[in-house]
Every structure is written in structure tokens, then in C-alpha cells.
Ligand binder design. Structure first.
Ligand code: SAH
Length: 230
């Protein structure tokens, strides 16, 4: 069983278009969709937005479906100015930019208690396999790098530049870090595929609304190709 987690309806819609024999299972507060992609058994979940939703959804998926790996698929704002709308970002790792215990000696900004590191690395073979599909999508740019997660929609140049200065990273969004942490703590392998919906700037609300379908489609297409190859 392959697990897929999307935060928003628009994102999961593009996954469901690629899934066959879909059965919807309402497991309050989440909807799970069980079916197959290219003959492989999958469960897709709609988590809703933000770290808490994503973490409890990921835990519920792990307990109920025991997926052998989890993909987090969706859209993100660009932190790196070279990224364009629709480009695909494959996470090498994720940082929770709003986790801050740096008031304590020897703790860095973003460092997570218990795990004691700032970045949680994605499962290397999943990341490599995802990035290697770049040749199958010559019309879409692929980048590999760090994704920044926090419970905030980044919609100003100032916020974006601050994040870039503090953590580096390619893109920002609101779920991947908590899915990575949940999967890591449960020893489940995981990968993160995001497509750029906006520039995390003062146009980001408009761009997000205009491009969410296109960007979600790009992320879903890559995810499906990956699942086919398993
Ligand atoms: N319209 C929704 C909120 C969407 S928040 C509502 O009203 O509930 C944005 C979603 O897209 C999050 O799931 C996040 O992961 C991703 N995202 C896209 N662009 C982003 C940005 N600039 N900053 C943070 N998250 C972003």
C-alpha cells in the first residue's frame, strides 16, 4: 500500500483523476480514498491545511493502512527566485521554520526537541527516483532541495527574504515538515513532491488561486509516474 497525503481538495482532485476503482472511506475527521494507480494499491488522504492536520492525518494513515511509503503531494510558494509557477520541487529535506527553541543555549532556530536536528531528511532512494523522472517531463523544470514548513501562508517579499536568509531552501508550504516528522518517528519511508503555485510575495494569494489546479496537476503526474515504477 502506497500512502499519499494532500492538504487541499484541489490537490487531491488531481490525484483522484489518476486513480482507479476509488472507494471513499470517511474516517472522521479525514477522507481516505482507497484505489490503485497504474495497478499499485494506494490510499490518498485529504488532511486539510497546516501542521496539526497533516500530522494527525499521517498518523491515522499509518495506523489504519500501514503504507510502505508515504508521499506528500501538493503546491508551494517559491523561496528561490529562479523557480517559476508549475516547476516541481522534490524535497531533499524539510525544516519547520516556525519551530523556535533558540532561546535555550546550543539550540538552533528550527531545531526540533527530541529529534535534535533542524532538517529532517527525506528517504534518499525516494528522492533520487523522483528527481530522475525529470527526463520524462521535459516541459517542466525539476529542482531538488530543502522545503520550509510553517503554519503561515507566506505572502510578502519581506517574509520570503527573511526565510531565505535564515534557512535557505527552495520553497515554503504548510504541511511537509509535520508529515516528515510523523513518518520519521514511525520509521516509515517518505518523499515530498511540491509544485510552485506562487512566489510567496504580495501577489501570492492571486497566483495561488489562479494556478493551484495547474500546479497540483504537475505534482500528481510525477507522483503517478513514481508509483508506476515501484
Ligand atoms: N485557501 C485555504 C488556505 C490555503 S493555504 C483556506 O482558506 O483554508 C496554502 C496551501 O498551499 C497550504 O496547504 C500550503 O502547503 C500551500 N502553499 C502554497 N503557497 C504557499 C505559500 N506562499 N506559503 C505557505 N504555504 C503555501
Amino acid at each position: 500500500m502506497i500512502g499519499i497525503i494532500c492538504a487541499m481538495q484541489e490537490e487531491i482532485n488531481q490525484m483522484l483523476l489518476l486513480m482507479k476503482n476509488v472507494k471513499q472511506i470517511q474516517s472522521f475527521p479525514f477522507n481516505f480514498f482507497v484505489g490503485s494507480i497504474m495497478g499499485k494499491e494506494c490510499v490518498a488522504a485529504l488532511s486539510n491545511v497546516g501542521k496539526v492536520h497533516a500530522a494527525i492525518c499521517c498518523q491515522a494513515m499509518i495506523l489504519n493502512y500501514k503504507p510502505k511509503l508515504i508521499l506528500n503531494v501538493g503546491v508551494a510558494g517559491a523561496i528561490n527566485e529562479e523557480l517559476q509557477i508549475g516547476d516541481l520541487v522534490i524535497a531533499s529535506g524539510v525544516i519547520q521554520h516556525d519551530f523556535d527553541i533558540s532561546a535555550f543555549p546550543h539550540r538552533k532556530k528550527g531545531e526540533i526537541s527530541g529529534i535534535n536536528s533542524v532538517e529532517i531528511k527525506c528517504t534518499p532512494w525516494i528522492m533520487e527516483k523522483l528527481i530522475n523522472f525529470r527526463n520524462d517531463f521535459p516541459q517542466i523544470s525539476f529542482e531538488k532541495g530543502t522545503i520550509l514548513t510553517g503554519d503561515q501562508f507566506v505572502n510578502s517579499l519581506e517574509k520570503r527574504l527573511n526565510l531565505k536568509k535564515e534557512f535557505g531552501g527552495l520553497a515554503c508550504e504548510m504541511e511537509a515538515g509535520s508529515i516528515a516528522q510523523t513518518a520519521f518517528l514511525n520509521k516509515v519511508e517518505f518523499g515530498i513532491v511540491r509544485s510552485i503555485s506562487d512566489g510567496a510575495n504580495n501577489k501570492s494569494v492571486n497566483d495561488f488561486n489562479s494556478f493551484i489546479d495547474l500546479s497540483s496537476k504537475n505534482a500528481a503526474k510525477l507522483c503517478s509516474k513514481f508509483i508506476e515504477s515501484l
